[in-house]
Design a protein around this ligand. Structure first.
Ligand SMILES: *Cc1c(COP(=O)(O)O)cnc(C)c1O
Length: 356
């Protein structure tokens, strides 16, 4: 049986940011969800409380050994005013896969889903309704035991915070340039690249800085062993349109199984397109770019949904993808995915979950 969630409402609501100033992850709603874990007691004391700082001992394990994981999903307000989440069950399942890899005790998925539902309801006035805006939801777990020994923490907190976010493409969906990274790697199979844990992102910042210095928006990661198989673009999964097939890197253990990736594969197959999940080398892409068969590249992830790639920088050369503008499959996938997510289109796969 799922434990009850206590609700303590704020008496001091914050001013609402203007839709035009939202950006990504800059403003936070009035409430947050917290669930505590103590060894022997399990997860307990589920509560929604006013958004506030948390106090931790400086020896809390999360600060030293990074035993922490997170998730990311969005709530939308449909044109009829209904509130929906996109495949939240997938996020809770992945949260527990991440927990398992980091030796964090599993969270009751039904309780996590109920917490998402109730928190979104409590702060529903924070869901922006301008086109392409949404409420970004960030569940995460931190290890809080104050002890410097390297061993799984005996205490944790599972917290959910939420942030109204603006349109990712306020000037229309636009392709980005990508730097193919050949020095730094993101992850190796057997490590933690397939789960959402903080260290992956801290370790990626250096390469991202390098890409920015080259005038690129994101890094294209190659595998850590052979340095030739393409894995992800920034913190998105990546798809290639090669001839009439769509190809995406197979889940080899070093890349993150994105929920957008899974949804896009379903959608493309539903349209009758051939989708291959397999190894893809950078050499294959460069050759295909030269012979004209590499028509499109796009990244997929919750934040941007679809991010078309206009060019790749590789070994000092700029390779233009297609004609450098958003490809036709990328545009169709973007329109359809955002349409399903926001309730503008039919939901043939049952992905939307109503919050009422
Ligand atoms: C979160 C994430 C993705 C995308 O996952 P979605 O579930 O589609 O948001 C892809 N790659 C990395 C490294 C990620 O952290």
């Amino acid at each position: 049986m799922t434990q009850p969630i206590r609700i303590e409402r704020t008496t001091n609501p914050k001013p609402r940011p203007k839709a035009s100033e939202l950006g990504f992850g800059k403003y936070f709603t009035d409430h947050m969800f917290i669930l505590d874990y103590d060894a022997g007691l399990g997860w307990h004391d589920a509560r929604i409380v006013p958004y506030q700082p948390i106090t931790l001992d400086p020896a809390a394990k999360v600060f030293h050994y990074g035993q922490t994981i997170f998730e990311g999903l969005k709530a939308y307000r449909t044109e009829e005013g209904k509130i929906v989440l996109f495949r939240p069950d997938m996020n809770m399942k992945r949260l527990n896969r991440s927990n398992d890899r980091l030796s964090i005790p599993a969270v009751d998925e039904a309780l996590g889903l109920e917490a998402l539902r109730q928190l979104v309801q409590v702060d529903q006035d924070w869901i922006p309704d301008a086109p392409e805006t949404s409420l970004y939801v960030r569940p995460f777990v931190i290890s809080t035991e104050a002890a410097l020994g390297v061993s799984p923490s005996l205490q944790y907190k599972f917290i959910i915070i939420m942030s109204p976010v603006g349109s990712y493409y306020s000037e229309g969906i636009k392709p980005v340039s990508i730097y193919v990274e050949s020095d730094y790697v993101r992850a190796v199979a057997g490590g933690v690249g397939h789960v959402k844990t903080a260290g992956n992102y801290a370790a990626g910042l250096k390469a991202q800085e390098g890409a920015t210095a080259q005038g690129c928006a994101q890094v294209l990661w190659l595998d850590g062993v052979h340095r030739k198989y393409v894995e992800e673009v920034g913190s998105m999964n990546v798809f290639f349109r090669l001839g009439d097939k769509i190809v995406t890197p197979a889940l080899t253990g070093s890349l993150l199984p994105g929920i957008t990736r899974d949804s896009v594969i379903h959608l493309l197959r539903h349209w009758g397109l051939e989708v291959e999940e397999r190894l893809v080398t950078i050499d294959e892409l460069v050759e295909a770019q030269k012979d004209g068969s590499l028509k499109e590249i796009f990244g997929t992830g919750t934040a941007a949904v679809i991010s078309p790639v206009g060019s790749l920088y590789w070994k000092g050369e700029k390779l233009t993808i297609g004609n450098g503008s958003t490809g036709e499959v990328s545009a169709r996938v973007y329109e359809t995915m955002t349409g399903i997510q926001t309730g503008r289109l039919e939901d043939p796969f049952g992905w939307r979950v109503s919050v009422e």
